[in-house]
Ligand binder design. Sequence first.
Ligand code: SF4
Length: 283
Amino acid sequence: MVVLPTNFQFSQASLQDYVDCPRRFQLRYVLQLAWPAQEVEPALENELHVQQGAAFHRLIHRHVLGISAEDLSRTVREPDLRRWWHNYLERGPQELPEARHPEAVLSAPLGDCRLVARYDLVAVDAGRRAVIVDWKTSRKRTKREFLAERLQTKVYPCLLVRAGAHLNGGQAIAPEQVEMIYWFADYPEEPARFGYDAAQYEADEAYLDSLVEEIVGLEDFPLTAQDQRCKFCPYRSLCQRGVRAGTLDEAPDAARQAIEDEADAGDALGIDIDFEQIAEIAY
Ligand code: SF4
């Protein structure tokens, strides 16, 4: 059996890492090994994209908290960011419930561990609807079929049902009340929307339980058989799977999405999750 670090909590990102490559999960989360290597070339261009993605998430966060669009617009200079911000203001998701919870953090037990998620936005009409919105700055619009299989699409709605009652006037949120929207800053007219229901909730719970059971029972974490992914993984030299990073254009879908997700990761906001605090949240 693997020994996970004290207070370790699973997240959609760590579970996705495990599904993409068990060895990467081991290196990153069990051994907590930082390995300084580029994930993709050109590195500077990607770094700028990550920075702009973080800036975009900060802008929306402040806007949802009540700072005026006019005041925020004065701070936006970089062309990509200006375009995304304009698209958000002009063609952002419509008809969201009034009660907005940006950067909501939820946590619930998962097997003998816990599962945690930080949401870009949860908009709630108590007792009626709960809409999860995830802002994406992906350079290509991700295919719906691909998103449907991502851990994020399973973890976020499932955890909202299990642990989101305090956002819903104290009542548990029913699966049928949940919707998840991926909104793409460069493709504002093409959001990907996912409804939810009890059957999907049960399937997601069973899948997440089995995944965690499998992980904690492992002693050896195999390298992925899909070695084309390794070109885009910082551990490639450690795993003896090459030295140079590939370019985004040649990345397989899973590797591309992992790279794109960096720009949209919650920690881009620089807000640390206080695990002690969320452990107190009712579930
Ligand atoms: S280099 Fe390849 S095998 Fe090694 S951790 Fe990364 S994806 Fe897995």
